[in-house]
Design a protein around this ligand. Structure first.
Ligand code: FES
Ligand SMILES: [Fe+2]
Length: 419
């Protein structure tokens, strides 16, 4: 259990909070690049700050304050220019550093006016990578935006799925280091949801956790498998500071504020060998949802939706002083301890865990990936048809992770994968 003050310390991420300072030291995915093809300006709320993200006509991304410093109009209704964003109320324009670069009427009546040079609004770094737009809200110098190896694998169909979840992000991240829930929440609950009472899935017999540079690997053995299983030798990754990496997809739990989380998931599907070379010109994105309109209950028949049921069920911010941890929770304890230690380290001027500053190290950052060979070399058509996909899910024609995949994404996926 955690005392209420430690619980607050680990969960609160607003400006000026210790954990807010820590989380601001990392890049966070906040939107899909493809969103800006349709609407180049978007309102976002990030760690309790209301902001506007845009892509200007030169292709530069900016992340600036939500409100215009003139008379506080909503900049997410502004329009983009060759450089920067212009407020739709009286036309003041701002670049990606937050500098006001134009005040049309002020400059009309006084050509020498330098009033604009004295106006600067809040601005953070925004950068595109892997179909996502990322934000950095911490102090300079900014670390590098991690270039995970999966972002560089060719021949993939990738899709990005967002879902707003009404609870604190830390519950989501604790779910990233919780092997045993898979057996109950995903396997056995799904059996019961189908109206059956069994047979249940193989039970976990042993779990282990190992910290490495970018997170904590978690490992498991289930009945019927042994220490040669890739789920034991490599396992999966609680990726620092707020993601799960399963080996072929990422799930980031991005704090909107202390009570709301944006789940951002990035799914990689290696096309079969007979579809090579496959080049995806635009990474599609879509928004999932959590409530079943028919029943009024949370959607429960997709894997990540099941996870959301757990997160939300723990309360808006879980009252961890009422929990009773067991031996299945060793990873959770490791994660909390690491965050608490990093909060102290930051006070000594050190970087928290997993920050990348060396450009050479960031050329292609390797992660523990059980199915690296399958994902890089691809599978034959015969292997896919026979379901021999090495636990990558590549032989599944349907999207099992979140509810609501649009028909065009489903169609493009099936076409890419040759189903
Ligand atoms: S309120 Fe934005 S220009 Fe006037
Ligand atoms: Fe899960």
């Amino acid at each position: 259990m955690l005392e209420p003050d430690k619980n607050r310390l680990l969960t609160q991420v607003g400006p000026g909070t210790p954990m807010g300072d820590l989380m601001r030291r990392y890049w966070h995915p906040i939107a899909a690049m493809a969103e800006f093809d349709e609407t180049p300006v978007k309102a976002v709320r990030l760690m309790g700050e209301d902001l506007t993200v845009y892509r200007d006509l030169s292709g530069t991304y900016g992340l600036i304050d939500r409100h215009c410093p003139h008379r506080r109009a909503d900049l997410s209704y502004g329009f983009v220019e060759k450089c920067g964003l212009r407020c739709n109320y009286h036309g003041w324009a701002f670049d990606e550093t937050g500098q006001c670069i134009e005040q049309p009427f002020e400059q009309m009546v006084d050509a020498k006016s330098d009033y604009h040079s004295r106006i600067k609004i809040k601005a953070y770094k925004a950068q595109a990578q892997a179909g996502l737009v990322w934000a950095y809200m911490g102090p300079e110098p900014a670390p590098l935006l991690p270039n995970w190896e999966l972002f560089n694998y060719p021949n993939s169909f990738t899709q990005i799925v967002f879902c707003e979840v009404p609870c604190n992000w830390f519950q989501g991240q604790e779910n990233s280091i919780d092997p045993v829930h898979f057996e109950w929440m995903h396997d056995n609950w799904s059996v019961r949801l189908k109206g059956k009472t069994g047979p249940y899935a193989p039970a976990h017999t042993k779990i282990d956790f190992e910290e490495f540079e970018y997170g904590i690997q978690y490992k498991r053995i289930r009945q019927g498998s042994d220490e040669t299983s890739p789920l034991w030798t490599i396992g999966r990754v609680c990726l620092w500071p707020n993601a799960l990496f399963t080996g072929n997809h990422f799930e980031w739990r991005v704090p909107i504020d202390d009570e709301t989380t944006m789940s951002v998931a990035w799914f990689f599907s290696r096309v079969p060998q007979d579809r090579e070379p496959y080049v995806q010109t635009r990474i599609p994105y879509w928004y999932s949802w959590i409530k079943d309109p028919k029943t009024g209950r949370w959607v429960d028949n997709y894997i990540m939706n099941q996870d959301f049921v757990a997160w939300i069920g723990q309360g808006t911010v879980s009252d961890r002083w009422n929990e009773h941890l067991g031996r299945s929770d060793r990873g959770i304890i490791m994660m909390r301890k690491r965050f608490l230690a990093d909060l102290e380290a930051m006070q000594q001027g050190e970087d928290p865990k997993g920050i990348i500053r060396d450009p050479d190290a960031n050329k292609n950052v390797m992660l523990p990936i059980a199915a690296r060979k399958v994902l890089t070399e691809g599978l034959t058509r015969e292997d896919i048809s026979a379901g021999r996909d090495g636990m990558t899910g590549l032989s599944r024609p349907d999207f099992v992770w979140l509810v609501g995949q649009p028909d065009d994404v489903k169609r493009d996926y099936r076409e890419a994968m040759g189903f």
